[in-house]
Design a protein around this ligand. Structure first.
Ligand SMILES: Cc1cc2nc3c(=O)[nH]c(=O)nc-3n(C[C@H](O)[C@H](O)[C@H](O)COP(=O)(O)O)c2cc1C
Length: 210
């Protein structure tokens, strides 16, 4: 049984991206995976500060007092796969989610306590991305999709799929004719079975791909 963490990153807990998150959770559950879910706003309140001055003098750990530690050690690191559900905010990920990534800095830098364990614990996960946004213009989501590609590359993770739903008012995503809720459910159920390939010209592989 694999563990899937679904992170709802919108400040709207009953919004469109959370509807996509719910669908992905149902898909993951139906495939027999253990599903864990968090609202990011329960864990990330503080912005990254200047780590050099901000971290605890004794021990060197992050001293920002919110629930980030719990998110990282009890939810993110134990997960085999993570699905990020987010609204598009000004052509990027919402600030709280960006802050979640920014604050990893304070846990993976060499001077942080247990940084080797954190670095190891972040790797080799399957990643899914669910985006809800108003604009259907393809360029609107290019930036955030590229950023997720780079982040997963950096953390040695596999980006298994991206689902984009078009919607604005609460709940509208269920009316998107491209049926993103169905795609999100499929992403949840197939997260660990989707083959992710990223060849180089000298990658050793059989000629027959499938
Ligand atoms: C601060 C803010 C910025 C937004 N920026 C964009 C944008 O750049 N492009 C877009 O298509 N929609 C944008 N939207 C609309 C949301 O992405 C859209 O309403 C989405 O469905 C909201 O998802 P949620 O209900 O999960 O929060 C923005 C909304 C907010 C609140």
């Amino acid at each position: 049984m694999s563990r899937v963490l679904v992170i709802s990153a919108s400040p709207r807990r009953d919004g469109n991206s959370h509807i996509l998150a719910d669908a992905a959770m149902i898909g993951a559950h139906e495939s027999g995976h253990r599903v864990d879910h968090v609202f990011l706003s329960d864990h990330v309140e503080k912005m990254l500060e200047n780590c050099r001055e901000c971290r605890q003098i004794r021990g060197g750990s992050c001293q920002l007092d919110d629930n980030y530690d719990t998110l990282l050690f009890d939810h993110i690191i134990p997960a085999d796969g993570i699905i990020y559900a987010m609204p598009l905010h000004f052509y990027g990920m919402p600030g709280r989610l960006k802050t979640m990534f920014d604050r990893l800095f304070c846990y993976i830098s060499k001077s942080a306590p247990h940084s080797d364990d954190v670095v190891r614990g972040l790797q080799n996960k399957k990643i899914g991305v669910l985006i809800s946004c108003e604009e259907s213009y393809l360029g609107a989501t290019v930036g955030v999709v590229t950023q997720m590609q780079e982040l997963t590359r950096y953390f040695n993770q596999d980006l298994a799929g991206v689902v984009i739903g078009h919607a604005n008012s609460r709940g509208e995503v269920t009316e998107d004719p491209s049926k993103p809720t169905e795609s999100a459910a499929r992403l949840g159920s197939q997260l660990f079975y989707t083959r992710v390939t990223d060849y180089r010209v000298d990658t050793v592989r059989p000629n027959k791909v499938w």
